[in-house]
Each structure stands twice: as structure tokens, then as C-alpha cells.
Design a protein around this ligand. Structure first.
Ligand code: GDP
Ligand code: MG
Length: 304
């Protein structure tokens, strides 16, 4: 299945919501006057594109109409798409550097899909012939270590863990970094805990992990990726804001686009937080992970 079809299938619910509303609006008169543009803005807010981004998009649509005098459905669709693509920015991809140890820290609140994404990424890199190690650094929940171990078995990936009884995540990272160096791994994926009661706690924990990495593997390439659950809508935007205050985020990954009518949240996140979305989770299976592509996303979100 091509990327376009994968997105299209994954974004089915959002597209039906969006496309259905859009068609209904246009069907009234075949074009968009002031009232219908207001309704379009409301529709985008309801698809979780965020109030500010939706207003921005409609402002651009209005400016385009003023310039061209064309307020047909096609013209408005095109303006919306163009502005959405501008907001999302150019395509950006997480790529590992050859000949180095690449360390990817997956962060985010509980249940967003960090562990699942770690498993999917492990499978992806294994398929490319890379040496992959996973650090089971979520030591807060008993089930968490078992869950990541299951992904390790499924994908044939070594998982470094120390048990699930509140042992120190930083110690797991220490062991994992050494295992990765000894085995000349290409990538170490660190599955962290989401449940850290407050910002200071989170900052301390991630700070400690980063210091250990800098000390034990100074030549490694370290990146942080925040995982957001699309079904949580605007909550995801708040998470992106608060995590970017405490962690230097390099990338965003958005999961559960398949189960959500709130795929528009990607627009809201991109508008408020200047970190590129690089991964999209489109299901629970090992292959349900794609590199995010803004053009394809927008084209599959808004189709006639
Ligand atoms: N439908 C769907 N479910 C997902 C996706 N990613 C994760 N999940 C599910 O979301 C739940 C929480 O995922 P998990 O990886 O444990 O989240 P974590 O707490 O951040 O590690 C699990 O039931 C996953 O199977 C996705 O892209 N689509
Ligand atoms: Mg987890």
C-alpha cells in the first residue's frame, strides 16, 4: 500500500468529518460567502485544528478570494490546502547517522504510544539491517517492562531492563548505552515513563538520562521525540507545549490517527510548537508507522 493510501485509510474518520462538512457547506450555493467561511472555520476547530490555526487559515482564504475574486469550492479548497501545508512546513524525517550510535529518547504522557512506537521503529530498523537495542526505561509500571519485552520478542530486538519495581530509569539507560556501544548498535531506542507527577520531576529524570548519555557515549547522536495521541485532540497541543518547556524536543510523532476524527490536531500542534512532525502511527500493528509527509497528509485529509 502506498503512503497516500495508508494516510487516506488512517485519516478516514477525520476526512469524513471534514469532507462531509465541507461538501455540505459548498452545496448550499456552490460558493463560499462570509457566513460559510465562518462555518468552515468552525468546522476546522471541531476537527481539532486549533482556534488560532483555523483563524489563520480562514484569513488566508479570505485574502486569496479578495485577490482572485474566486470563492468557488475548488478555489477555497486550494487555499485551505496551501495554507495548511505552509503551517506544517517542509517534510522532515528522523534519520539515523551511519557509523554512529544514534540514541532516540521517546517521551510523552502515559498511553500516547511510546512503547508501541519503540517496537515499530525497532522492526523498521531491523528490516533495514541495522543493529537495534531498546532500553526499558519506563520502570514505573509493572506491566511496562513486560510490554516492551514482548515487542522485543516480536521484532527480535534486545531489550535491556532491570525489572519493573521502581528501579532507576537512569541506571537502565546506563546499562543500555554500554550494551549498545559493546555491540556496536546503530540505534538505541529509549522507552521512557510518562507518569512523572510534575515538571520538575520530569526535568530531573530526563536531565539525569541525558547526562549519563553525554558522559558514557559522548560521540552518540541524541534526539528527543515527543509522542502525542491524536485522539486526545487539544490535550495533545497542551502536552506539546508543556514538554517543549522542559525538554529540547527535536521531533514529534503523532499516534492513533487511525482511530481519531481529530487528525486536524497535527495542524494545531505544528502551528503552536515549532517542532516538525516526523512520524505518524496509523494502527497497532508493527507496520502501522509511516514517515509523516505534510503534502500527503493534507491531500488525504481534504479530498473531494
Ligand atoms: N489505533 C492505534 N493504537 C495505537 C497506536 N499507537 C499505540 N496504540 C495503542 O495505544 C495504547 C497505548 O500505547 P503504549 O505504546 O502502551 O503507550 P505508552 O504508555 O506511551 O507507552 C496501546 O493499546 C497501543 O496498542 C496507533 O497508532 N493506533
Ligand atoms: Mg509505555
Amino acid at each position: 500500500m502506498g503512503l497516500f493510501d495508508a494516510f487516506k485509510r488512517g485519516l478516514d474518520k477525520t476526512r469524513k468529518f471534514f469532507g462531509g462538512g465541507f461538501t455540505k457547506l459548498a452545496a448550499m450555493t456552490g460558493h463560499f460567502d462570509e457566513d460559510q467561511l465562518d462555518e468552515l472555520e468552525e468546522l476546522m476547530v471541531r476537527a481539532d485544528c486549533g482556534v488560532e490555526a483555523s483563524m489563520d487559515i480562514i484569513d488566508h482564504v479570505k485574502a486569496d478570494i479578495k485577490k482572485s475574486g474566486d470563492n468557488s469550492k475548488e478555489a477555497v479548497l486550494n487555499s485551505v490546502k496551501t495554507r495548511m501545508k505552509e503551517i506544517l512546513g517542509p517534510k522532515s524525517t528522523y534519520e539515523i547517522e551511519e557509523g554512529k550510535l544514534n540514541i532516540l529518547l521517546l517521551v510523552g504522557v502515559n498511553g500516547t504510544g511510546k512503547t508501541t512506537t519503540a517496537g515499530k521503529l525497532a522492526a523498521r530498523y531491523k528490516a533495514e539491517g541495522k543493529k537495534v537495542i531498546i532500553a526499558a526505561a519506563d520502570t514505573f509500571r509493572a506491566a511496562a517492562v513486560e510490554q516492551i519485552k514482548a515487542w522485543g520478542e516480536k521484532t527480535g530486538t534486545t531489550v535491556i531492563s532491570q525489572g519493573s519495581d521502581g528501579s532507576d530509569p537512569a541506571a537502565v539507560v546506563y546499562d543500555s548505552v554500554h550494551a549498545a556501544l559493546a555491540r556496536k548498535a546503530d540505534i538505541l531506542i529509549v522507552d521512557t515513563a510518562g507518569r512523572l507527577h510534575n515538571k520538575k520531576n520530569l526535568m530531573d529524570e530526563l536531565g539525569k538520562i541525558k547526562r549519563i548519555i553525554a558522559r558514557e557515549a559522548p560521540d552518540s547522536i541524541v534526539k528527543s521525540m515527543l509522542i502525542i495521541d491524536a485522539t486526545t485532540g487539544q490535550n495533545g497541543v497542551l502536552q506539546a507545549q508543556s514538554f517543549s518547556e522542559v525538554v529540547d524536543l527535536d521531533y514529534l510523532g503523532v499516534t492513533k490517527l487511525d482511530g481519531s476524527a481529530k487528525g486536524g490536531v497535527i495542524i494545531a500542534v505544528a502551528y503552536t510548537c515549532k517542532v516538525p512532525v516526523v512520524l505518524a502511527g496509523l494502527g497497532e500493528g508493527v507496520d502501522d508507522l509511516v514517515d509523516f509527509d505534510p503534502d500527503i497528509f493534507v491531500e488525504s485529509l481534504i479530498t473531494e
